[in-house]
Design a protein around this ligand. Structure first.
Ligand SMILES: Cc1ncc(COP(=O)(O)O)c(C=O)c1O
Length: 288
Protein backbone atom coordinates (compact mmCIF):
# COMPACT_ATOMS: atom_id res chain seq x y z
CA UNK A 1 0.00 0.00 0.00
CA UNK A 2 1.38 3.38 -1.08
CA UNK A 3 1.03 6.31 1.29
CA UNK A 4 2.05 9.96 1.22
CA UNK A 5 4.32 11.33 3.94
CA UNK A 6 5.89 14.80 3.88
CA UNK A 7 6.23 15.13 0.11
CA UNK A 8 7.03 11.50 -0.66
CA UNK A 9 5.00 8.55 -1.91
CA UNK A 10 6.20 5.47 -0.06
CA UNK A 11 5.25 1.94 0.77
CA UNK A 12 3.34 2.03 4.08
CA UNK A 13 5.98 -0.21 5.71
CA UNK A 14 8.67 2.36 4.86
CA UNK A 15 6.76 5.43 6.01
CA UNK A 16 8.02 6.43 9.45
CA UNK A 17 7.43 9.46 11.64
CA UNK A 18 10.00 10.93 14.02
CA UNK A 19 9.78 10.01 17.72
CA UNK A 20 9.89 13.75 18.49
CA UNK A 21 6.84 14.42 16.31
CA UNK A 22 4.37 16.44 18.35
CA UNK A 23 1.59 14.15 17.15
CA UNK A 24 3.34 11.30 18.97
CA UNK A 25 4.47 13.32 22.01
CA UNK A 26 1.40 15.50 22.63
CA UNK A 27 -1.36 14.27 20.31
CA UNK A 28 -0.81 17.69 18.73
CA UNK A 29 -2.49 17.07 15.40
CA UNK A 30 -5.72 16.53 13.57
CA UNK A 31 -7.18 14.26 10.95
CA UNK A 32 -9.92 13.84 8.40
CA UNK A 33 -11.63 10.82 6.85
CA UNK A 34 -13.25 11.17 3.43
CA UNK A 35 -15.28 8.57 1.60
CA UNK A 36 -14.31 7.76 -1.98
CA UNK A 37 -16.57 6.04 -4.48
CA UNK A 38 -15.15 5.22 -7.89
CA UNK A 39 -12.35 7.68 -7.23
CA UNK A 40 -14.69 10.55 -6.36
CA UNK A 41 -14.48 12.05 -2.90
CA UNK A 42 -17.92 12.55 -1.34
CA UNK A 43 -18.36 16.09 0.01
CA UNK A 44 -14.65 16.70 -0.43
CA UNK A 45 -14.96 20.49 -0.14
CA UNK A 46 -16.80 20.26 3.19
CA UNK A 47 -14.18 17.87 4.59
CA UNK A 48 -11.27 20.05 3.45
CA UNK A 49 -12.99 23.19 4.75
CA UNK A 50 -13.39 21.52 8.16
CA UNK A 51 -9.73 20.48 8.07
CA UNK A 52 -8.74 24.05 7.27
CA UNK A 53 -10.87 25.40 10.12
CA UNK A 54 -9.29 22.81 12.42
CA UNK A 55 -5.80 23.93 11.39
CA UNK A 56 -6.73 27.52 12.23
CA UNK A 57 -8.34 26.41 15.49
CA UNK A 58 -5.14 24.61 16.49
CA UNK A 59 -2.92 27.37 15.05
CA UNK A 60 -1.04 24.93 12.80
CA UNK A 61 0.33 26.79 9.78
CA UNK A 62 0.27 24.67 6.65
CA UNK A 63 1.46 26.42 3.46
CA UNK A 64 -1.53 27.12 1.19
CA UNK A 65 0.02 25.30 -1.78
CA UNK A 66 0.48 22.16 0.33
CA UNK A 67 -3.08 22.38 1.66
CA UNK A 68 -4.37 22.86 -1.90
CA UNK A 69 -2.45 19.78 -3.08
CA UNK A 70 -4.22 17.44 -0.59
CA UNK A 71 -6.94 16.78 -3.09
CA UNK A 72 -4.47 15.79 -5.81
CA UNK A 73 -2.43 13.69 -3.37
CA UNK A 74 -5.61 11.82 -2.37
CA UNK A 75 -6.49 11.11 -6.00
CA UNK A 76 -2.96 9.97 -6.76
CA UNK A 77 -3.08 7.54 -3.84
CA UNK A 78 -6.43 6.16 -4.98
CA UNK A 79 -4.92 5.62 -8.40
CA UNK A 80 -1.66 4.10 -7.14
CA UNK A 81 -3.52 1.75 -4.81
CA UNK A 82 -5.98 0.68 -7.54
CA UNK A 83 -8.93 2.18 -5.69
CA UNK A 84 -10.42 4.14 -8.58
CA UNK A 85 -13.29 1.68 -8.68
CA UNK A 86 -15.56 0.89 -5.77
CA UNK A 87 -15.44 2.00 -2.16
CA UNK A 88 -12.45 3.48 -0.37
CA UNK A 89 -11.53 5.96 2.34
CA UNK A 90 -8.95 8.72 2.39
CA UNK A 91 -7.24 9.41 5.71
CA UNK A 92 -5.39 12.71 6.17
CA UNK A 93 -3.40 13.49 9.30
CA UNK A 94 -1.51 16.71 9.98
CA UNK A 95 0.53 17.34 13.12
CA UNK A 96 2.43 20.42 14.29
CA UNK A 97 5.62 18.61 13.25
CA UNK A 98 8.78 17.23 14.84
CA UNK A 99 10.40 19.51 17.41
CA UNK A 100 13.11 19.23 20.05
CA UNK A 101 13.39 19.91 22.97
CA UNK A 102 10.00 18.82 24.27
CA UNK A 103 8.14 21.95 25.32
CA UNK A 104 4.42 22.54 25.48
CA UNK A 105 4.69 25.87 23.68
CA UNK A 106 4.80 25.92 19.89
CA UNK A 107 8.23 25.19 18.37
CA UNK A 108 10.51 28.18 17.83
CA UNK A 109 11.69 28.60 15.19
CA UNK A 110 8.69 27.16 13.42
CA UNK A 111 8.90 23.57 12.09
CA UNK A 112 7.15 22.08 9.07
CA UNK A 113 3.92 20.28 9.94
CA UNK A 114 3.91 16.51 9.35
CA UNK A 115 1.49 15.58 6.58
CA UNK A 116 0.36 11.99 6.12
CA UNK A 117 -2.27 10.74 3.66
CA UNK A 118 -3.41 7.19 2.98
CA UNK A 119 -6.09 5.50 0.86
CA UNK A 120 -7.69 2.27 1.95
CA UNK A 121 -10.39 -0.09 0.78
CA UNK A 122 -13.72 0.25 2.55
CA UNK A 123 -16.73 -1.99 3.02
CA UNK A 124 -19.97 -0.24 4.05
CA UNK A 125 -21.60 -1.73 7.16
CA UNK A 126 -24.64 -2.85 5.21
CA UNK A 127 -25.81 -5.47 7.69
CA UNK A 128 -25.76 -2.96 10.54
CA UNK A 129 -27.63 -0.43 8.41
CA UNK A 130 -30.33 -3.01 7.77
CA UNK A 131 -30.64 -4.50 11.24
CA UNK A 132 -29.66 -1.56 13.43
CA UNK A 133 -27.25 -1.60 16.38
CA UNK A 134 -27.37 -1.61 20.17
CA UNK A 135 -25.67 0.90 22.43
CA UNK A 136 -25.05 1.79 26.05
CA UNK A 137 -24.81 5.23 27.63
CA UNK A 138 -21.38 6.30 28.88
CA UNK A 139 -19.96 9.54 30.25
CA UNK A 140 -18.61 11.97 27.67
CA UNK A 141 -15.09 12.38 29.05
CA UNK A 142 -13.81 14.58 26.21
CA UNK A 143 -12.41 18.08 26.41
CA UNK A 144 -14.26 21.30 25.60
CA UNK A 145 -13.18 21.62 21.94
CA UNK A 146 -14.83 18.55 20.41
CA UNK A 147 -15.42 20.61 17.24
CA UNK A 148 -11.72 20.07 16.43
CA UNK A 149 -11.09 16.68 14.86
CA UNK A 150 -7.90 16.06 16.79
CA UNK A 151 -5.98 12.79 16.94
CA UNK A 152 -6.45 12.84 20.73
CA UNK A 153 -9.11 10.15 20.68
CA UNK A 154 -8.52 8.47 24.02
CA UNK A 155 -11.97 9.25 25.53
CA UNK A 156 -13.54 8.02 22.27
CA UNK A 157 -11.40 4.86 22.33
CA UNK A 158 -12.32 4.14 25.97
CA UNK A 159 -16.03 4.77 25.34
CA UNK A 160 -16.11 2.44 22.35
CA UNK A 161 -14.18 -0.22 24.25
CA UNK A 162 -16.59 0.12 27.21
CA UNK A 163 -19.43 -0.59 24.78
CA UNK A 164 -17.53 -3.49 23.26
CA UNK A 165 -16.79 -4.97 26.71
CA UNK A 166 -20.52 -4.70 27.51
CA UNK A 167 -21.22 -6.77 24.38
CA UNK A 168 -22.87 -3.96 22.42
CA UNK A 169 -21.92 -2.15 19.26
CA UNK A 170 -21.53 1.45 20.33
CA UNK A 171 -21.97 4.14 22.97
CA UNK A 172 -24.10 7.23 23.47
CA UNK A 173 -21.99 9.80 25.27
CA UNK A 174 -23.66 11.84 28.01
CA UNK A 175 -22.48 15.27 29.16
CA UNK A 176 -24.46 17.30 31.71
CA UNK A 177 -27.47 15.00 31.39
CA UNK A 178 -27.79 15.21 27.58
CA UNK A 179 -26.63 12.98 24.72
CA UNK A 180 -23.82 14.62 22.73
CA UNK A 181 -22.69 12.05 20.14
CA UNK A 182 -21.22 8.58 19.81
CA UNK A 183 -17.42 8.16 19.90
CA UNK A 184 -17.40 8.13 16.10
CA UNK A 185 -20.69 9.59 14.85
CA UNK A 186 -23.31 12.30 15.32
CA UNK A 187 -26.77 11.48 16.61
CA UNK A 188 -30.31 12.23 15.48
CA UNK A 189 -33.40 11.30 17.48
CA UNK A 190 -37.04 11.22 16.38
CA UNK A 191 -40.16 11.75 18.45
CA UNK A 192 -43.68 12.25 17.06
CA UNK A 193 -42.34 13.02 13.57
CA UNK A 194 -39.81 15.66 14.72
CA UNK A 195 -36.07 15.15 14.62
CA UNK A 196 -33.68 16.35 17.31
CA UNK A 197 -29.94 16.81 17.00
CA UNK A 198 -27.29 18.37 19.21
CA UNK A 199 -26.68 21.98 18.07
CA UNK A 200 -23.37 22.85 16.44
CA UNK A 201 -21.03 23.95 19.22
CA UNK A 202 -17.71 23.05 20.81
CA UNK A 203 -19.34 19.96 22.40
CA UNK A 204 -19.63 17.97 19.17
CA UNK A 205 -17.88 17.49 15.86
CA UNK A 206 -19.65 19.33 13.06
CA UNK A 207 -20.22 16.14 11.07
CA UNK A 208 -20.33 16.36 7.29
CA UNK A 209 -22.86 13.52 7.17
CA UNK A 210 -24.96 15.38 9.76
CA UNK A 211 -25.02 18.30 7.31
CA UNK A 212 -26.17 16.03 4.48
CA UNK A 213 -28.92 14.63 6.72
CA UNK A 214 -30.11 18.17 7.49
CA UNK A 215 -30.33 18.84 3.73
CA UNK A 216 -32.35 15.65 3.34
CA UNK A 217 -34.71 16.62 6.18
CA UNK A 218 -35.33 19.95 4.50
CA UNK A 219 -36.05 18.25 1.19
CA UNK A 220 -38.38 15.69 2.83
CA UNK A 221 -39.96 18.42 4.96
CA UNK A 222 -39.08 16.65 8.18
CA UNK A 223 -38.99 19.16 11.04
CA UNK A 224 -35.64 19.34 12.86
CA UNK A 225 -35.02 20.92 16.25
CA UNK A 226 -31.38 21.71 17.05
CA UNK A 227 -31.67 20.64 20.64
CA UNK A 228 -30.07 17.72 22.48
CA UNK A 229 -31.96 14.75 23.89
CA UNK A 230 -31.95 14.41 27.67
CA UNK A 231 -30.71 11.10 29.04
CA UNK A 232 -34.06 10.30 30.69
CA UNK A 233 -35.90 10.96 27.39
CA UNK A 234 -33.92 8.30 25.53
CA UNK A 235 -36.34 5.44 26.16
CA UNK A 236 -39.40 7.43 25.08
CA UNK A 237 -37.94 8.17 21.65
CA UNK A 238 -39.46 6.65 18.55
CA UNK A 239 -36.12 6.42 16.77
CA UNK A 240 -32.46 7.21 17.11
CA UNK A 241 -29.67 6.98 14.54
CA UNK A 242 -25.95 7.64 14.05
CA UNK A 243 -24.51 9.59 11.12
CA UNK A 244 -20.92 9.55 9.89
CA UNK A 245 -18.75 9.22 6.80
CA UNK A 246 -17.97 5.56 7.43
CA UNK A 247 -21.01 4.90 9.65
CA UNK A 248 -23.44 6.19 6.99
CA UNK A 249 -26.91 6.25 8.56
CA UNK A 250 -27.08 3.61 11.26
CA UNK A 251 -30.28 2.96 13.25
CA UNK A 252 -29.93 2.40 17.00
CA UNK A 253 -32.53 -0.14 18.06
CA UNK A 254 -31.59 -0.86 21.65
CA UNK A 255 -30.23 1.40 24.42
CA UNK A 256 -29.01 -0.06 27.74
CA UNK A 257 -30.97 -3.24 26.95
CA UNK A 258 -34.25 -1.41 26.25
CA UNK A 259 -35.66 -1.67 22.77
CA UNK A 260 -36.64 1.35 20.65
CA UNK A 261 -39.49 0.95 18.19
CA UNK A 262 -39.84 -2.72 19.17
CA UNK A 263 -36.18 -3.34 18.29
CA UNK A 264 -36.58 -2.45 14.60
CA UNK A 265 -35.37 0.54 12.55
CA UNK A 266 -38.26 2.99 12.21
CA UNK A 267 -39.79 4.66 9.13
CA UNK A 268 -37.90 7.97 9.44
CA UNK A 269 -34.45 6.43 9.49
CA UNK A 270 -35.43 4.25 6.54
CA UNK A 271 -36.42 7.32 4.51
CA UNK A 272 -33.22 9.10 5.42
CA UNK A 273 -31.09 6.07 4.63
CA UNK A 274 -32.64 5.85 1.18
CA UNK A 275 -32.16 9.55 0.45
CA UNK A 276 -28.60 9.43 1.78
CA UNK A 277 -27.64 6.44 -0.36
CA UNK A 278 -29.03 8.25 -3.40
CA UNK A 279 -26.89 11.32 -2.65
CA UNK A 280 -23.79 9.30 -1.84
CA UNK A 281 -23.87 7.36 -5.08
CA UNK A 282 -25.70 9.75 -7.43
CA UNK A 283 -23.50 12.75 -6.71
CA UNK A 284 -20.36 10.82 -7.52
CA UNK A 285 -21.94 9.40 -10.67
CA UNK A 286 -22.53 12.94 -11.86
CA UNK A 287 -18.90 13.94 -11.36
CA UNK A 288 -17.49 10.98 -13.29
C1 LIG B 1 -16.85 12.17 17.32
C2 LIG B 1 -17.38 12.15 15.93
N1 LIG B 1 -18.56 12.74 15.68
C3 LIG B 1 -19.12 12.74 14.45
C4 LIG B 1 -18.47 12.12 13.38
C5 LIG B 1 -19.09 12.12 12.02
O1 LIG B 1 -18.45 13.06 11.20
P1 LIG B 1 -18.53 12.96 9.62
O2 LIG B 1 -19.98 12.87 9.26
O3 LIG B 1 -17.91 14.23 9.16
O4 LIG B 1 -17.76 11.76 9.22
C6 LIG B 1 -17.22 11.51 13.58
C7 LIG B 1 -16.53 10.87 12.48
O5 LIG B 1 -15.44 10.39 12.59
C8 LIG B 1 -16.66 11.53 14.90
O6 LIG B 1 -15.48 10.96 15.15
Amino acid sequence: MQVYLNGQYLDQTEATVSVIDRGFIFGDGLYEVIRSINGNLFREKEHLDRLNEGLSGMRIKLPANLFNSLSEISRKLLFQNKLMEGEATIYIQITRGAAYPRTHTFPEPNVDPTVYVSADTFTPHTRLHQRGVDAITVSDLRWMRCNLKTVQLLPNVLARQQAWDAGVNNALMIRDGVVTESPNANIFAAKDGTLFTFPISNYILNGITRGVVLEICKELQLPVVHQPVREEELYELDELFFTGSTTDIQPVIEINGKKLNGGKPGPIVRKIQEAYQQRLYASVEKKK
